[in-house]
Design a protein. Structure first.
Length: 239
């Protein structure tokens, strides 16, 4: 498995995760994961650190992005860097920008979605806007609008290319928030609806969401570092 490295120093590295690759190892996951790729490329001696340490069990992976989402993923090389970067996410020091292609002409062109996200009681694999959910905030800005390639069943629909700035990091937050305002992400098999996602997948191969930019503080020096992940070919061809 080939994964592009966007940035690397002695404390951590940032990769551009390709779509279709799962981040963390699990019994239900088939095929190589990012975690296994890291463990082969950067082997860590269990003698040096306690086996129960999250740094070991997660192979330094600081956060997660979905299987079909592409883009930036941070991986710590040391326990201290792991702790420092996790703290930055928790304290909302890390600034993230995602790119997404969504259904419809999104108006207004700038806005904020503030709605609590939680696991759905009737389907534990999905999330939604639920009472008692965790505070979740996503800001957005529309870049452009377009129609898909001719010939598809949705060729008369309009779509928007959107920058998204999640201020919180809940599971499926961006996908749920875009569905909540009736602009689900193109190809989203969980939240766009069965018929819509089936039509989408005739010309869009996945959930069109990309972790594009990220600013964090270097765990060693506290100097701000900006990382940009080139947009994947499948998304670029649609744009």
């Amino acid at each position: 498995m080939t994964i592009p490295i966007l940035f690397e120093n002695g404390a951590f590295l940032a990769i551009n995760k390709p779509p279709g690759i799962v981040v963390n190892r699990a019994e239900s996951v088939k095929g190589e994961t990012v975690q296994e790729w890291i463990e082969k490329k950067y082997p860590i001696s269990n003698i040096q650190y306690p086996i129960s340490n999250d740094f070991i069990s997660r192979a330094g992976i600081v956060h997660r992005i979905d299987k079909e989402t592409s883009g930036i993923l941070l991986i710590a090389k040391t326990p201290d860097a792991f702790t420092q970067l996790q703290r930055q996410f928790k304290e909302r020091i890390v600034r993230k920008t995602y790119l997404a292609i969504v259904h419809g002409e999104l108006k207004p062109e700038k806005g904020e979605i503030r709605a609590p996200v939680g696991r759905l009681p009737w389907n534990r694999e999905r999330f939604g806007i639920v009472p008692g959910g965790k505070e979740s905030v996503t800001k957005y800005k529309v870049i452009s609008n377009f129609h898909p390639p001719s010939g598809g069943s949705n060729s008369q629909q309009e779509f928007s290319l959107v920058e998204l700035y999640p201020e919180t990091g809940r599971t499926h937050q961006i996908r749920v928030h875009m569905k909540y305002i009736n602009h689900p992400i193109l190809g989203d098999y969980l939240y766009a609806g069965r018929k819509t996602s089936r039509d989408d997948r005739q010309w869009a191969p996945r959930v069109m969401l990309h972790a594009w930019k990220l600013i964090c503080l270097d765990p060693s020096s506290s100097v701000p570092i900006e990382i940009i992940a080139p947009i994947t070919d499948d998304m670029n061809s649609i744009i």
